[in-house]
Design a binder for this molecule. Structure first.
Ligand SMILES: NC(=O)c1ccc[n+]([C@@H]2O[C@H](COP(=O)([O-])OP(=O)(O)OC[C@H]3O[C@@H](n4cnc5c(N)ncnc54)[C@H](O)[C@@H]3O)[C@@H](O)[C@H]2O)c1
Length: 630
């Protein structure tokens, strides 16, 4: 494509995330006895070169002396650099191919390692302006081409002058020497690239600060790989969500902002206006009032299990899809339940407490194996079923009751009533959900049905068990031990005292609602929720959405996808199809699903759409949101 613009791109910390000399130092000095000392010296010399106390050439000579590189170090260096290309450069490979005549790499680094990296992106070898090593007969680096302007101060400026490019020149880089090209009048604009490093003195001089190449392409109307400018999608992640989530969303090209705590309603109202993707945990309240101001919001990710903190009804009405992480911490809860039933069957908690007081109480009385015992599960959902499988592998017999029809895993036996389970089980573990109707599901009558010496576990929800009744049954010896992780009232912070009638009871394990709290679970949540949100943004897929009709969609090729969210009233699909037919547009795939309040229609078309049809589709009565994917 002919273009009257030239793009001059820096290599170290711009094209790649790293400084090549740092990587080279790790390789060439790997077994060197003065490795650390030399690395420190190299940094000192680099700084001296930058602040002008020595010339650039002197700094280069001194650094090469300390690095003592050889030809045989290059393959490892190149391999490392290939793996370190900046994410936004990887994402936009098409840009380099499409505009290869207009792209130059300019660097004070060396062509020997720059060329293999950048030519893979379609950049022309003759457009790489960099230094070149001089080797001796054994392949040792003995110097560099001193005739090359890039080996001296002001090298980038001199090179650009020599090039004399016949059009507008845009420089993108992270360093001051990149800015100097513009300062010398040889470039129209300087873009400070901050994806890998941010330097205040460079940012201050920039015409634009570009956190990614996507932003650079967007500003120059050059988006190629992504027709939808993802860098324009603002993501706000609150409450310190796991760094893996931040990384995933940034790698996808979104503009991600994070905040360490929850926001108040007022703060969120201010912030939400420009946000397309919101990530929260359990403390941020996404109220109707917040949603009223959320005109760009497409999707909310709850980085937790519960979604009570979000006004789901209002979100649905506004066409905002909500996702959560319903089973990212399932395994953590299951492991705790297994550990606790074994501990309780052996009376370990009391025995350990006594030992700490110096009491040696060796006896097998009241201690049992779990093997061969009956485990009764109330609630056979994500957690109940997993626990069922693991308990069987420990040799337990599993009985369960669930209000829904469920597939029995392994040899688990389904019971027709909860009472059937309560009457037979040696260990009872609660795994029902937190619906209101489950309040005091286990009370005096239910404890009355249980076997004497039963072990009772509740890691589900606090209101499910009548605490007074549990207390009485522990004191009477009917319940031989219990583990409770959830309570009708739980302290709001670690500063508040935990007040509960179960404190101080024998063989009673009390934990502060940490059933699902493991680092693995946090990481799982951090990966799961962005995955769902990105699927929704990239393909329109709503599988596992809490409030949207669930549709799993294929990734599209050679077609355009139109996404239409509307109030669930009759006739919308017919209107959409009529409009497309009127414009002679063929539908290659169509998916529709509704729930009680919204309808979700995906239409794939194989023809370039025009603006008019898009405007008409947007104007269909009862449309809540409309977007074009590709
Ligand atoms: N302690 C923690 O940190 C922690 C962590 C994760 C989940 N949880 C809680 O664990 C519980 C189970 O989680 P899950 O992921 O398995 O949920 P789930 O929704 O997959 O399963 C719940 C099951 O309980 C059944 N059920 C509801 N009411 C019932 C009743 N009265 N009798 C019998 N069955 C009933 C449902 O049909 C469903 O199959 C939830 O209450 C959840 O909030 C606690």
């Amino acid at each position: 494509m002919k273009l009257n613009k030239y793009f001059v791109i820096d290599f170290d910390s711009t094209f790649t995330k790293v400084e090549a000399f740092d990587v080279l130092a790790d390789i060439s000095l790997q077994d060197h006895p003065e490795r650390e000392e030399r690395k420190k010296k190299i940094i000192q010399i680099t700084n001296q070169g930058m602040d002008g106390s020595i010339s650039f050439r002197e700094s280069l000579e001194k650094r090469l002396n300390l690095l003592a590189p050889s030809q045989h170090h290059l393959p490892a260096l190149i391999a490392k650099l290939k793996g370190s290309v900046s994410e936004s450069f990887k994402r936009n490979k098409e840009f380099f191919q499409q505009y290869s005549d207009n792209i130059y790499i300019i660097s004070n680094g060396f062509k020997e390692f720059i060329e293999p990296i950048v030519t893979e992106f379609g950049i022309k070898s003759e457009n790489i302006l960099a230094n070149e090593f001089r080797f001796d007969a054994d392949g040792k680096v003995i110097g560099f081409d001193t005739e090359n302007p890039l080996s001296a101060n002001g090298g980038k400026v001199t090179q650009l002058k020599k090039l004399n490019l016949p059009g507008d020149v845009y420089v993108i880089g992270d360093g001051y020497t990149d800015y100097e090209i513009k300062h010398a009048g040889l470039a129209n604009k300087f873009f400070a690239f901050t994806e890998n490093v941010e330097r205040e003195n460079v940012k201050n001089k920039a015409d634009h600060i570009t956190p990614s190449l996507d932003e650079f392409l967007y500003l120059n109307k050059l988006n190629t790989a992504i027709s939808y400018p993802k860098n324009r999608i603002n993501v706000l992640l609150l409450e310190n969500v796991h760094p893996v989530a931040v990384e995933l969303l940034r790698t996808e090209g979104f503009n991600v902002e994070t905040y360490h705590a929850a926001m108040t309603e007022e703060e969120l109202i201010q912030k939400i206006k420009n946000v397309s993707v919101l990530g929260i945990r359990s403390k941020t309240q996404v109220t109707a009032k917040v949603l009223e101001h959320a005109n760009r919001l497409m999707v909310i990710g709850a980085f937790c299990i519960g979604t009570n903190q979000i006004d789901l009804k209002e979100a649905t009405k506004k066409g905002i899809a909500v996702f959560n992480a319903p089973f990212s911490n399932t395994r953590s809860v299951v492991e705790l339940a297994v550990a606790e039933m074994i501990m309780l069957m052996r009376n370990i908690v009391d025995k350990s407490a006594k030992m700490h007081k110096g009491v040696w109480d060796k006896s097998a009385k009241g201690s049992f194996e779990v093997r061969g015992k009956k485990l009764g599960l109330i609630g056979y959902g994500n957690i109940g079923t997993q626990l069922s499988v693991i308990a069987e592998s420990l040799g337990m017999k599993v009985l369960y009751y669930d209000t829904e029809e469920k597939l029995s895993l392994g040899n688990a036996i389904k019971c027709k009533t909860m009472n059937e389970v309560l009457e037979q089980a040696d260990v009872i573990s609660m795994h029902v959900d937190g619906r209101k109707a489950n309040t005091n599901l286990i009370g005096p009558k239910e404890f009355g049905l249980m076997k004497k010496g039963v072990i009772f576990i509740n890691l589900s929800r606090g209101h499910v068990v009548d605490i007074q009744s549990l207390r009485e049954n522990i004191l009477s010896g009917k319940v031989a031990g219990c583990a409770i992780d959830v309570f009708p009232y739980e302290p709001v912070s670690n500063d508040e005292e935990f007040i509960n009638d179960l404190r101080g009871l024998p063989n009673t394990i009390l934990t502060p609602h940490i059933g699902g709290s493991t680092l693995e679970a946090q990481e799982n949540i951090g990966k799961f929720v962005p995955g769902k949100m990105m699927d929704y943004i990239n393909t329109g897929s709503t599988s596992n959405s809490v409030n949207f009709p669930n549709l799993t969609l294929p990734i599209l090729q050679d077609a355009h996808r139109l996404i239409h969210i509307h109030n669930n009233v009759p006739g919308i699909l017919a209107k959409i199809n009529q409009l497309l037919a009127d414009h002679d547009i063929n539908i290659v795939g169509q998916y529709l699903k509704t729930n009680e309040s919204v309808g979700y229609v995906i239409t794939d078309i194989n023809k370039q759409y025009d603006k008019e049809v898009i405007a008409k589709l947007r104007a269909v009565e009862n449309t809540i949101k409309f977007r074009v994917l590709y």
